[in-house]
Design a protein around this ligand. Structure first.
Ligand SMILES: Nc1nc2c(c(=O)[nH]1)N[C@H]1C(S)=C(S)[C@@H](COP(=O)(O)OP(=O)(O)OC[C@H]3O[C@@H](n4cnc5c(=O)[nH]c(N)nc54)[C@H](O)[C@@H]3O)O[C@H]1N2
Ligand SMILES: Nc1nc2c(c(=O)[nH]1)N[C@H]1C(S)=C(S)[C@@H](COP(=O)(O)OP(=O)(O)OC[C@H]3O[C@@H](n4cnc5c(=O)[nH]c(N)nc54)[C@H](O)[C@@H]3O)O[C@H]1N2
Ligand SMILES: [Mo]
Length: 775
């Protein structure tokens, strides 16, 4: 019975609340992991699969982009990595019979959790125009349908090719090649909603949009600042690195509106003493107000400037540009303004300064808590200013560390998945393949939604992901999708994007990381790049979930042959047969991949060059690392409102919901909760356990509402609230994006709480328990 999906639809939640935890991982985590894994995979498969994760001859964990250490444990995975693997290696199946039993209209009433729990997709499926059920379709016919719709377009720019960050380097390279040969740069990706702000800020200031540290640097740092990140849940293996850094003498400051258990204390499941006591990680917790980070770093910069001998003058002179202008802006930073923007005390900031000045080697790590705000890009630039001031870039044990999300999101970008490709990249593509790639920029995620909404884009193709649920402004996005002529999803699991469709729709089922990939020339492997620029092979061993599955590279190759026809400049048949031939092309087009096939054959792979890290060279417009001097910004909060951040629970992978618990935060059996500071709750008159609607207020005057959330009094910073994504995406206005990067500002949504008129959610139609009639 273990591998049967749940019967009813547990969209109905009745959250239970206990005290938040103060430590992460440890024994309960292991028990929890095995239970979830065995429910999906059974006992034997669980053991066989988990031992292959992140081993040098195994497959790359689809969980996150945190790198693997050189000396690996037998169990080089974490609780949440194991959940990600179990989700993919599940024995449950979504077959054509499933689609006969469930109309699209029926599936559209199901929760994302229920959809995902049904199992792996086994057959290509087609939803014909006017049809109400998906029907099985042959691969040939599926590619014909794509070709029909693409050739009916007025221009290739009416097609959009989205990518989620699990796609391998090989598949990503082919996919962008296909789109560009077709004639469009419409290649939005999940990065647009994720670390785009980091990429924007870093390319301008240090000349490369990637982090400048390796794992060894973390082990050597004196001070690690973790800002806007919850590694205990989202990058659990990072906790081992932080533990090791601490053992080597590093101090840790965490900057977060929430006290996150993983950062407080870590019980390493891989060591006996770790299991018992655990290691305290954070030395100083700065409980910042949402969006206060730029102000905090600006003030720290002022204080560094005012301290004799604190600035690395030689580094500033030799390697940077724009110092004077920046220093003038930083000297103007104001204590009172900073205290109110951050909600911190003078003593806390002074203590942080003491630690900063005592450190010779400082690293700043961050994730979505910094990237998803209107002023995310200037915030990250201010972090760069902070590091540059004391020469903390391009020195061992120091640097910028944006911690990526999806396991190959960084690699996909390296492979050219980008709507604004660099001219040098297009030149190299042109030279290698002999066609003229389009030079005009394409749509990012938000622009793609607008284009679909306005009828300017008519074909939407997704290489993985769950665009409808991951994107902001759910109602707008869903309406936009429904206007498309054709929506196509290359997917492993069922999700909401399959049931909110264009006039016609296709589901193209594909292999996951864990599965064997057999092609004409024999068994294939693919490659990925982690958050620190390490490229390595990933090889699955399990038998595929169904014999009908095609690999992602094979899908692109067959689509390209069908759509581009005999005129295509690329040998698609050869690419499909032998992925080494794809890597040969990558080696010739993308700098850093010279001799790719030989170097990736080495166990552990190789590290891509990074000029600032390796040689203190900054390939920016000025040829130096750029200080910047943006005005300080922070969110303004009208009376009686809260600033809502939309974040992840411990039991989800983005839009894939593993379960209804958020163990470290003490929440079980439900996801419709809103965490509110008890003082704020008192002022607003909302009791713990009461139900409210979250209403977002935006300058377009449209009221966006997410009904029926249980209030949880929680120790978050004053004026701030938190609730889970994707349930709250309905509240994030499409136009509320970060300046420059255009990333949805999903961590700073102004909301008011309204007593839920209909009380608890089960009495409300939106959240009614769907008693499934299926099984
Ligand atoms: N298990 C699991 N692993 C994952 C994922 C998953 O969903 N599940 N998702 C993957 C992906 S794609 C990504 S991008 C990463 C996401 O990793 P995270 O960025 O850790 O994910 P979030 O849950 O969005 O957490 C944001 C954190 O920032 C804090 N924060 C919010 N606003 C602010 C602010 O204004 N300032 C500061 N200083 N902090 C703030 C929040 O309190 C929270 O701790 O994880 C990846 N790994
Ligand atoms: N409000 C709010 N919105 C957010 C965020 C937030 O913090 N708050 N975070 C944003 C971030 S950081 C990100 S990265 C995006 C995530 O956006 P996406 O990457 O689009 O979403 P996921 O939920 O990761 O996609 C899950 C789906 O991917 C498919 N899949 C899984 N593995 C594979 C595979 O190997 N191959 C293929 N082809 N398909 C596969 C499955 O069908 C699964 O249903 O969401 C963003 N949206
Ligand atoms: Mo992400």
């Amino acid at each position: 019975m273990a591998t049967k999906p749940p019967k009813g639809d547990p969209v109905q939640d009745a959250p239970q609340v206990a005290e938040p935890k103060h430590a992460a991982a440890g024994l309960p985590a292991i028990g929890h992991t095995l239970r979830i894994a065995q429910q999906q995979m059974g006992v034997k498969r669980t053991a066989l699969t988990l031992l292959r994760v992140n081993q040098k001859d195994g497959f790359d964990c689809p969980g996150c982009a945190w790198p693997e250490p050189d000396h690996r444990h037998k169990a080089e995975f974490c609780e949440n990595g194991a959940k990600a693997v179990a989700e993919e290696a599940t024995l449950r199946r979504v077959t054509p019979e499933f689609f006969t039993a469930h109309s699209v209209a029926d599936l559209a009433t199901r929760s994302g959790y229920w959809l995902g729990q049904q199992g792996r997709l086994t057959h290509p499926m087609h939803l014909p125009e006017g049809g109400d059920h998906y029907e099985p379709v042959s691969w040939e016919r599926a590619f014909d349908i794509i070709a029909e719709e693409i050739s009916a377009l007025g221009s290739p720019d009416e097609a959009v090719f989205y990518t989620s960050g699990r796609t391998s380097n090989e598949a990503a390279f082919l996919y962008q090649l296909f789109a560009r040969e077709l004639g469009t740069n419409n290649l939005p990706d999940c990065s647009n909603m994720c670390h785009e702000s980091s990429g924007s800020a870093l390319s301008e200031t240090i000349g490369i949009g990637k982090g400048s540290v390796l794992l060894e640097d973390l082990y050597r740092a004196d001070l690690i600042i973790v800002a806007g990140q919850n590694p205990g849940t989202n990058h659990p293996r990072m906790l081992s690195a932080l533990e090791k850094a601490k053992a080597n003498g590093a101090k840790i400051i965490s900057v977060n509106p929430l006290p996150e258990a993983g950062l407080e204390r870590f019980k390493n499941p891989q060591t006996p003493q770790g299991m018992l006591r655990g290691a305290a990680l954070t030395d100083l917790f700065l409980q910042i107000r949402i969006g206060g980070d730029q102000a905090l770093f600006r003030l720290l910069n002022k204080l560094i400037l005012e301290t004799n001998g604190a600035v690395d003058e030689e580094f500033v002179r030799e390697h940077t540009h724009g110092y004077e202008e920046f220093a003038e802006a930083a000297r103007a930073a104001d204590w009172d303004e900073t205290l109110s923007a951050t909600g911190l005390s003078r003593e806390e900031i002074e203590e942080a300064l003491g630690m900063v000045l005592a450190s010779e080697r400082t690293i700043v790590c961050w994730a979505m808590g910094l990237t998803q705000h209107k002023h995310a890009v200037p915030t990250i630039r201010e972090v760069v200013n902070f590091l540059l001031l004391r020469g903390n870039i391009g020195r061992p044990g120091a640097g910028v560390c944006p911690v990526r999300g999806h396991s190959n999101v960084q690699g996909d970008r390296t492979m050219g998945i980008f709507e604004r490709p660099a001219p040098a990249f297009l030149d190299a593509l042109e030279k290698e393949f002999g066609f003229a790639p389009p030079r005009e920029h394409g749509f990012d995620v938000v622009q793609a939604i607008r284009a679909l909404r306005d009828g300017e884009a008519k074909v939407f193709f997704a290489m993985g992901g769950n665009f409808v649920s991951a994107s902001p402004d759910t109602e707008v996005t869903e309406a936009a999708m429904r206007r498309a002529r054709l929506t196509v999803h290359v997917s492993t699991k069922l999700n909401r994007s399959h049931v909110v469709t264009g006039a016609r729709a296709l589901i193209l089922p594909t292999l996951g990381r864990t599965e064997r990939d057999l092609q004409g020339s024999g068994e294939q492997f693919v490659t990925v790049e982690d958050s620190m620029g390490m490229v390595h092979a990933s090889r699955g061993r399990l038998a595929p979930a169904s014999r009908q599955l095609l690999s992602e590279p094979a899908i692109v190759c067959r689509m390209a042959r069908r759509v581009l026809g005999a005129d295509s400049k690329a040998p698609w048949e050869e690419f499909e047969k032998d992925y080494a031939t794809i890597r040969d092309r990558i080696a010739r087009v993308i700098p850093g991949f010279e001799d790719f096939n030989a170097r990736v054959a080495r166990p552990g792979g190789f590290t891509l060059p990074h000029a600032p890290r390796d040689e203190r060279r900054f390939p920016t417009a000025t040829g130096k690392a750029n200080f910047t001097a943006a005005p300080v910004e922070y969110p303004e909060l009208p009376e009686g409102r809260l600033l809502l951040q939309t974040l992840r629970s411990h039991d989800q992978y983005n839009t894939t919901i593993y379960g209804l618990d958020d163990r470290y935060r003490g929440i079980t059996a439900g996801r419709r909760v809103v965490l509110v500071n008890p003082e704020d709750a008192r002022t607003l008159g909302v009791a713990d356990g009461s139900y409210v609607d979250l209403v977002s207020e935006w300058k377009d005057g449209v009221e966006r509402r997410a009904p029926g959330f249980r209030v949880v009094h929680y120790p978050t910073a004053r004026g701030c609230a938190a609730a889970y994504y994707p349930e709250t995406n309905v509240l994030v206005p499409l136009d509320a994006t970060a300046d420059t990067s255009n990333t949805p500002a999903s961590k700073s949504v102004v909301v008011r709480l309204e007593a839920a008129p209909e009380g608890r959610p089960e009495t409300r139609p939106e959240a009614r328990l769907e008693q499934s009639a299926t099984d």
